[in-house]
Design a protein around this ligand. Structure first.
Ligand code: KG4
Ligand code: ZN
Length: 339
Protein backbone atom coordinates (compact mmCIF):
# COMPACT_ATOMS: atom_id res chain seq x y z
CA UNK A 1 0.00 0.00 0.00
CA UNK A 2 1.57 3.25 -1.17
CA UNK A 3 0.19 6.46 0.33
CA UNK A 4 0.91 10.02 -0.70
CA UNK A 5 0.64 12.64 2.07
CA UNK A 6 0.34 16.40 1.52
CA UNK A 7 0.63 19.06 4.22
CA UNK A 8 0.24 22.84 3.78
CA UNK A 9 -1.62 24.07 6.88
CA UNK A 10 0.82 26.80 7.89
CA UNK A 11 4.35 27.71 6.80
CA UNK A 12 5.66 24.30 5.76
CA UNK A 13 4.89 22.66 2.44
CA UNK A 14 5.47 18.95 2.78
CA UNK A 15 5.05 15.94 0.51
CA UNK A 16 5.65 12.40 1.70
CA UNK A 17 5.31 8.91 0.31
CA UNK A 18 4.99 5.99 2.67
CA UNK A 19 4.76 2.35 1.66
CA UNK A 20 3.48 -0.32 4.06
CA UNK A 21 4.28 1.99 6.97
CA UNK A 22 7.83 2.73 5.73
CA UNK A 23 8.78 6.31 4.83
CA UNK A 24 10.12 6.43 1.25
CA UNK A 25 10.28 10.23 1.15
CA UNK A 26 9.33 13.11 3.44
CA UNK A 27 10.26 16.46 1.92
CA UNK A 28 9.65 19.65 3.88
CA UNK A 29 10.00 23.14 2.40
CA UNK A 30 9.93 25.76 5.18
CA UNK A 31 8.96 29.34 4.44
CA UNK A 32 11.76 31.07 6.33
CA UNK A 33 10.92 34.50 4.85
CA UNK A 34 8.16 35.04 7.48
CA UNK A 35 10.94 35.70 10.04
CA UNK A 36 11.29 39.31 8.89
CA UNK A 37 7.59 39.93 9.62
CA UNK A 38 7.80 38.40 13.12
CA UNK A 39 5.09 35.83 12.31
CA UNK A 40 3.39 33.96 9.47
CA UNK A 41 1.73 36.22 6.86
CA UNK A 42 -1.21 34.12 5.56
CA UNK A 43 -1.39 35.46 2.01
CA UNK A 44 2.36 35.12 1.45
CA UNK A 45 2.16 31.60 2.85
CA UNK A 46 -0.54 30.53 0.33
CA UNK A 47 1.45 31.90 -2.60
CA UNK A 48 4.63 30.15 -1.50
CA UNK A 49 2.77 26.80 -1.12
CA UNK A 50 1.36 27.27 -4.62
CA UNK A 51 4.80 27.83 -6.12
CA UNK A 52 6.48 24.85 -4.53
CA UNK A 53 3.90 22.08 -4.23
CA UNK A 54 4.15 20.67 -7.79
CA UNK A 55 7.99 20.58 -7.95
CA UNK A 56 8.09 19.15 -4.40
CA UNK A 57 5.65 16.38 -5.42
CA UNK A 58 7.84 15.53 -8.42
CA UNK A 59 10.92 15.41 -6.20
CA UNK A 60 9.12 13.23 -3.62
CA UNK A 61 8.38 10.66 -6.38
CA UNK A 62 12.03 10.72 -7.47
CA UNK A 63 13.35 10.25 -3.93
CA UNK A 64 10.86 7.42 -3.32
CA UNK A 65 11.74 5.92 -6.73
CA UNK A 66 8.11 5.43 -7.73
CA UNK A 67 5.80 6.71 -10.48
CA UNK A 68 2.65 8.67 -9.68
CA UNK A 69 0.58 5.72 -10.97
CA UNK A 70 2.00 3.60 -8.11
CA UNK A 71 0.16 5.71 -5.52
CA UNK A 72 -2.79 3.80 -4.01
CA UNK A 73 -4.27 6.50 -1.75
CA UNK A 74 -3.92 10.29 -1.65
CA UNK A 75 -4.15 11.97 1.78
CA UNK A 76 -4.06 15.72 2.43
CA UNK A 77 -4.50 17.99 5.44
CA UNK A 78 -7.95 19.64 5.39
CA UNK A 79 -7.59 21.64 8.63
CA UNK A 80 -7.21 23.20 11.11
CA UNK A 81 -4.85 25.85 9.77
CA UNK A 82 -4.67 28.91 7.53
CA UNK A 83 -7.49 28.56 5.07
CA UNK A 84 -5.66 29.84 1.97
CA UNK A 85 -2.64 27.68 2.77
CA UNK A 86 -4.75 24.56 3.40
CA UNK A 87 -6.59 24.96 0.09
CA UNK A 88 -3.33 24.56 -1.84
CA UNK A 89 -2.43 21.09 -0.54
CA UNK A 90 -6.04 19.94 -0.30
CA UNK A 91 -6.91 20.91 -3.88
CA UNK A 92 -3.64 19.53 -5.22
CA UNK A 93 -4.49 16.22 -3.50
CA UNK A 94 -8.07 16.13 -4.72
CA UNK A 95 -7.05 16.90 -8.32
CA UNK A 96 -4.37 14.23 -8.22
CA UNK A 97 -6.74 11.61 -6.77
CA UNK A 98 -9.28 12.48 -9.46
CA UNK A 99 -6.79 12.29 -12.31
CA UNK A 100 -5.30 9.00 -11.05
CA UNK A 101 -8.74 7.62 -10.17
CA UNK A 102 -7.54 6.78 -6.64
CA UNK A 103 -9.25 7.21 -3.27
CA UNK A 104 -8.83 10.50 -1.44
CA UNK A 105 -8.66 10.95 2.35
CA UNK A 106 -8.95 14.38 4.01
CA UNK A 107 -6.88 14.36 7.21
CA UNK A 108 -7.26 16.39 10.37
CA UNK A 109 -3.89 18.03 11.10
CA UNK A 110 -4.10 17.29 14.84
CA UNK A 111 -4.79 13.60 14.15
CA UNK A 112 -1.76 13.74 11.88
CA UNK A 113 0.36 14.95 14.81
CA UNK A 114 -1.01 12.13 17.02
CA UNK A 115 0.09 9.61 14.39
CA UNK A 116 3.59 11.11 14.07
CA UNK A 117 4.39 8.83 17.02
CA UNK A 118 3.61 5.80 14.83
CA UNK A 119 6.33 6.79 12.34
CA UNK A 120 8.94 5.77 14.92
CA UNK A 121 10.38 2.24 15.17
CA UNK A 122 9.02 2.05 18.72
CA UNK A 123 5.27 2.31 18.05
CA UNK A 124 2.65 3.47 20.56
CA UNK A 125 0.31 0.78 21.90
CA UNK A 126 -3.36 1.51 22.65
CA UNK A 127 -4.76 2.82 24.89
CA UNK A 128 -2.54 5.80 24.39
CA UNK A 129 -2.38 9.10 26.26
CA UNK A 130 -1.17 11.85 23.91
CA UNK A 131 -0.16 15.38 24.72
CA UNK A 132 -0.41 17.52 21.57
CA UNK A 133 1.55 20.75 21.91
CA UNK A 134 1.82 22.89 18.80
CA UNK A 135 1.71 26.54 17.78
CA UNK A 136 -2.07 26.53 17.55
CA UNK A 137 -3.19 23.75 19.90
CA UNK A 138 -2.64 22.19 23.30
CA UNK A 139 -4.67 19.04 23.84
CA UNK A 140 -4.59 16.03 26.12
CA UNK A 141 -6.15 13.06 24.32
CA UNK A 142 -7.01 9.49 25.14
CA UNK A 143 -6.62 7.37 21.99
CA UNK A 144 -8.30 3.97 22.41
CA UNK A 145 -7.96 2.91 18.78
CA UNK A 146 -7.80 4.51 15.32
CA UNK A 147 -11.39 5.74 15.45
CA UNK A 148 -11.92 6.40 19.14
CA UNK A 149 -10.21 9.54 20.38
CA UNK A 150 -11.47 11.32 23.48
CA UNK A 151 -10.53 14.86 24.41
CA UNK A 152 -9.63 14.95 28.11
CA UNK A 153 -8.71 18.61 28.05
CA UNK A 154 -7.36 21.52 26.04
CA UNK A 155 -6.16 25.06 26.49
CA UNK A 156 -8.81 27.60 27.36
CA UNK A 157 -6.76 30.45 25.88
CA UNK A 158 -3.29 30.40 24.28
CA UNK A 159 -1.60 27.27 22.98
CA UNK A 160 1.73 26.32 24.55
CA UNK A 161 3.64 27.16 21.35
CA UNK A 162 1.89 30.49 21.09
CA UNK A 163 2.99 31.31 24.64
CA UNK A 164 6.59 30.38 23.76
CA UNK A 165 6.43 32.63 20.68
CA UNK A 166 4.86 35.58 22.51
CA UNK A 167 7.21 35.41 25.50
CA UNK A 168 10.20 35.16 23.13
CA UNK A 169 8.99 38.40 21.51
CA UNK A 170 8.63 40.07 24.94
CA UNK A 171 12.19 39.15 25.90
CA UNK A 172 13.40 40.23 22.46
CA UNK A 173 14.50 36.81 21.20
CA UNK A 174 12.80 36.96 17.79
CA UNK A 175 10.65 34.52 15.85
CA UNK A 176 10.01 31.58 15.95
CA UNK A 177 10.28 31.80 19.68
CA UNK A 178 10.16 28.20 20.92
CA UNK A 179 13.66 27.15 19.90
CA UNK A 180 15.10 30.51 21.05
CA UNK A 181 13.51 30.22 24.52
CA UNK A 182 14.96 26.72 24.84
CA UNK A 183 18.42 27.92 23.76
CA UNK A 184 18.44 30.82 26.26
CA UNK A 185 17.02 28.60 29.02
CA UNK A 186 20.05 26.34 28.82
CA UNK A 187 22.11 29.19 30.29
CA UNK A 188 19.49 30.27 32.85
CA UNK A 189 18.19 29.28 36.29
CA UNK A 190 14.64 27.84 36.03
CA UNK A 191 13.97 28.73 39.67
CA UNK A 192 15.15 32.37 39.40
CA UNK A 193 11.60 33.73 39.11
CA UNK A 194 8.55 31.79 40.29
CA UNK A 195 5.93 32.26 37.57
CA UNK A 196 2.47 30.90 38.47
CA UNK A 197 0.67 27.89 37.03
CA UNK A 198 -3.08 28.43 36.60
CA UNK A 199 -5.55 26.47 38.72
CA UNK A 200 -8.43 25.58 36.44
CA UNK A 201 -11.89 24.13 36.87
CA UNK A 202 -11.48 21.71 33.97
CA UNK A 203 -9.52 18.77 35.38
CA UNK A 204 -7.34 18.37 32.28
CA UNK A 205 -7.51 21.88 30.82
CA UNK A 206 -4.59 24.25 30.36
CA UNK A 207 -4.18 28.02 30.37
CA UNK A 208 -1.10 29.99 29.37
CA UNK A 209 -2.50 33.49 29.13
CA UNK A 210 -1.98 34.28 32.84
CA UNK A 211 1.59 33.04 32.64
CA UNK A 212 2.24 35.27 29.64
CA UNK A 213 0.85 38.26 31.57
CA UNK A 214 2.99 37.36 34.59
CA UNK A 215 6.11 37.48 32.40
CA UNK A 216 5.01 40.85 30.98
CA UNK A 217 4.38 42.26 34.50
CA UNK A 218 7.80 41.04 35.61
CA UNK A 219 9.44 42.79 32.66
CA UNK A 220 7.50 46.03 33.27
CA UNK A 221 8.29 46.00 36.99
CA UNK A 222 11.99 45.23 36.67
CA UNK A 223 12.93 46.94 33.40
CA UNK A 224 9.96 49.14 32.35
CA UNK A 225 10.08 47.61 28.85
CA UNK A 226 11.63 44.83 26.76
CA UNK A 227 14.40 46.97 25.28
CA UNK A 228 15.92 47.52 28.72
CA UNK A 229 16.35 43.84 29.66
CA UNK A 230 20.09 43.24 30.03
CA UNK A 231 21.26 40.40 27.77
CA UNK A 232 22.65 38.48 30.77
CA UNK A 233 19.24 38.44 32.50
CA UNK A 234 17.32 37.01 29.55
CA UNK A 235 18.31 33.37 30.21
CA UNK A 236 16.78 33.41 33.72
CA UNK A 237 13.48 34.83 32.43
CA UNK A 238 13.37 32.28 29.58
CA UNK A 239 14.25 29.36 31.88
CA UNK A 240 11.72 30.40 34.55
CA UNK A 241 8.95 30.75 31.95
CA UNK A 242 9.83 27.36 30.42
CA UNK A 243 9.81 25.81 33.89
CA UNK A 244 6.27 27.09 34.49
CA UNK A 245 5.11 25.61 31.15
CA UNK A 246 6.66 22.27 32.07
CA UNK A 247 4.98 22.31 35.49
CA UNK A 248 1.60 23.14 33.90
CA UNK A 249 1.84 20.37 31.30
CA UNK A 250 3.33 17.83 33.71
CA UNK A 251 0.61 18.35 36.32
CA UNK A 252 -2.24 17.49 33.93
CA UNK A 253 -0.42 14.62 32.25
CA UNK A 254 0.33 13.07 35.65
CA UNK A 255 -3.29 13.39 36.71
CA UNK A 256 -4.43 11.64 33.52
CA UNK A 257 -1.88 8.83 33.92
CA UNK A 258 -3.22 8.19 37.42
CA UNK A 259 -6.85 8.13 36.27
CA UNK A 260 -6.60 6.22 32.98
CA UNK A 261 -4.97 2.86 32.56
CA UNK A 262 -2.98 3.60 29.39
CA UNK A 263 -0.16 1.52 27.92
CA UNK A 264 1.67 4.36 26.20
CA UNK A 265 2.39 8.01 26.79
CA UNK A 266 3.25 10.17 23.78
CA UNK A 267 4.27 13.76 23.18
CA UNK A 268 3.69 15.30 19.74
CA UNK A 269 3.52 18.65 17.90
CA UNK A 270 6.07 21.38 17.26
CA UNK A 271 6.64 22.08 20.98
CA UNK A 272 7.49 18.39 21.51
CA UNK A 273 10.92 19.37 20.17
CA UNK A 274 11.53 21.04 23.55
CA UNK A 275 14.17 19.12 25.53
CA UNK A 276 12.87 20.00 28.99
CA UNK A 277 9.29 18.99 28.11
CA UNK A 278 10.63 15.75 26.59
CA UNK A 279 12.56 15.07 29.82
CA UNK A 280 9.49 15.76 31.96
CA UNK A 281 7.38 13.24 30.03
CA UNK A 282 10.14 10.70 30.10
CA UNK A 283 10.35 11.14 33.90
CA UNK A 284 6.57 10.58 34.20
CA UNK A 285 6.66 7.52 31.92
CA UNK A 286 9.39 5.99 34.10
CA UNK A 287 7.58 6.82 37.34
CA UNK A 288 4.34 5.15 36.20
CA UNK A 289 5.96 2.40 34.13
CA UNK A 290 4.49 3.45 30.78
CA UNK A 291 5.90 3.03 27.30
CA UNK A 292 7.05 6.44 26.05
CA UNK A 293 6.95 7.53 22.40
CA UNK A 294 8.23 10.94 21.33
CA UNK A 295 8.90 11.44 17.61
CA UNK A 296 12.38 12.43 16.39
CA UNK A 297 12.62 16.23 16.04
CA UNK A 298 12.08 16.01 12.24
CA UNK A 299 8.58 14.60 12.89
CA UNK A 300 7.56 16.96 15.72
CA UNK A 301 7.03 19.94 13.42
CA UNK A 302 4.61 19.89 10.50
CA UNK A 303 5.35 17.12 8.01
CA UNK A 304 3.43 15.12 5.42
CA UNK A 305 4.62 11.68 6.61
CA UNK A 306 2.28 11.94 9.62
CA UNK A 307 -0.57 12.94 7.28
CA UNK A 308 0.13 9.97 5.01
CA UNK A 309 0.26 7.61 8.00
CA UNK A 310 -3.02 8.88 9.45
CA UNK A 311 -4.63 8.85 5.98
CA UNK A 312 -3.58 5.21 5.57
CA UNK A 313 -5.08 4.26 8.95
CA UNK A 314 -8.38 5.95 8.02
CA UNK A 315 -8.38 4.14 4.68
CA UNK A 316 -7.74 0.79 6.44
CA UNK A 317 -10.80 1.58 8.55
CA UNK A 318 -12.79 2.27 5.35
CA UNK A 319 -12.93 6.01 5.99
CA UNK A 320 -12.50 7.88 2.70
CA UNK A 321 -13.53 11.40 1.67
CA UNK A 322 -15.25 12.60 -1.42
CA UNK A 323 -13.84 15.28 -3.66
CA UNK A 324 -16.13 17.94 -2.23
CA UNK A 325 -14.24 17.78 1.11
CA UNK A 326 -13.48 21.35 2.13
CA UNK A 327 -10.75 23.05 4.13
CA UNK A 328 -11.56 24.18 7.68
CA UNK A 329 -9.66 26.78 9.75
CA UNK A 330 -10.54 25.67 13.32
CA UNK A 331 -10.78 22.32 15.07
CA UNK A 332 -14.45 21.23 14.77
CA UNK A 333 -16.12 20.94 18.20
CA UNK A 334 -17.30 17.37 17.67
CA UNK A 335 -14.16 15.92 16.11
CA UNK A 336 -13.05 14.21 19.34
CA UNK A 337 -15.31 12.46 21.83
CA UNK A 338 -15.90 14.40 25.04
CA UNK A 339 -15.36 13.01 28.51
O1 KG4 B 1 3.27 21.85 15.15
P1 KG4 B 1 3.97 23.07 14.69
O2 KG4 B 1 5.19 22.91 13.82
O3 KG4 B 1 2.99 24.01 13.91
C1 KG4 B 1 1.64 24.08 14.27
O4 KG4 B 1 0.86 23.21 13.82
O5 KG4 B 1 1.32 24.99 15.06
O6 KG4 B 1 4.37 23.91 15.99
C2 KG4 B 1 5.05 25.14 15.92
C3 KG4 B 1 5.31 25.65 17.34
C4 KG4 B 1 5.80 27.10 17.38
O7 KG4 B 1 5.02 27.81 18.31
C5 KG4 B 1 7.25 26.96 17.87
O8 KG4 B 1 7.73 28.08 18.59
C6 KG4 B 1 7.17 25.73 18.73
O9 KG4 B 1 6.32 24.86 18.00
N1 KG4 B 1 8.48 25.10 18.98
C7 KG4 B 1 9.04 24.98 20.21
C8 KG4 B 1 10.32 24.38 20.01
N2 KG4 B 1 10.47 24.14 18.68
C9 KG4 B 1 9.32 24.58 18.06
N3 KG4 B 1 8.60 25.34 21.41
C10 KG4 B 1 9.41 25.10 22.47
N4 KG4 B 1 10.63 24.54 22.37
C11 KG4 B 1 11.13 24.17 21.16
N5 KG4 B 1 12.33 23.62 21.08
ZN1 ZN C 1 1.20 21.30 13.44
Amino acid sequence: MTILGLESSCDETSVSIIQDGRILSNLIASQDFHVKYGGVVPELSSRAHLQIIAPLFKQALEVAKIKKEDIDVVAATAGPGLIGALLVGLNFGKALAYSLNKPFVAVNHIEGHIYSGFLMDKKPEFPLLTLVVSGGHTLLLLVEDDLNITKLGSTIDDAAGEAFDKVAKMIGLGYPGGPKVQEYSERGNPKAILFPVANLKGEYDFSFSGLKTAVLRHIQKEYKNSENIPEEEKPDIAASFQDAVVRALGKKVEKAIKNYDVKTLSLVGGVAANKVIRNKLSELAKKYNKKLVIPDIEFCGDNAAMIAYRGGKLFENTVVSNLTANAFPALPKDVFKKL
